[in-house]
Design a binder for this molecule. Sequence first.
Ligand SMILES: [Zn+2]
Length: 228
Amino acid sequence: MIRLSDDPYLQILDHDIGEYRSCSFHWDCENCTKNLCISLVGVAELPSLYGSFKILGFANNKDHIAVVKGEVSGKDGVLTRLHSSCLTGDALGSLRCDCGPQLHTALALLEQEKHGILLYMQQEGRGIGLVNKIKAYQLQDAGFDTYDANLHLGFEPDERDYEVSAAMLDKLGIQSVRLLTNNPDKVKQLERYGVEVTERVPLEVPAQEHDEHYMRTKKERFGHKLRL
Ligand SMILES: [Zn+2]
């Protein structure tokens, strides 16, 4: 039998697999009556263009991942990025938003610091979903800004919630974070969910022709701390 190691993430994994086996809802998270239920279900190495990381898979009613550099369990002031999935920006190189460069810059910063965590949350389009985001883009092409486009589709301007992110950080034993973000709402929400944020570390990538209006909307209507 292959012995994996005494890696602390694997110890958390062992614990969660034990819980999984005894789960009376058979991991049907959507119908589970627990307030919040999230489990670590897999840990693997992730060599990448940005450095060598570990990738941790979490199961909730949606799947989320953490990309971890170094040993973060039990640590204070862990450099942390909460990144909401953006297929168009992260994978297709879309210039409509700054998500892709923010993701890649955050990973490079974790590597540089040799220590930190990026949570990749399934909250596409500020939580409205991928296809609805395309509808919102269509409205933006017709002159709406990203804030009003979401409202027009019947959503909040920002539907994202970071309770699950906070639970992931808690599960990994992270005591406090230095949060890579321009968005004060992320800091506020994490603190509301019991995560101590010792510092907000700006993560501003220069605006370009295609996202300048979007970035201005983030600053003026969502209150993001951007110089622009
Ligand atoms: Zn994006």
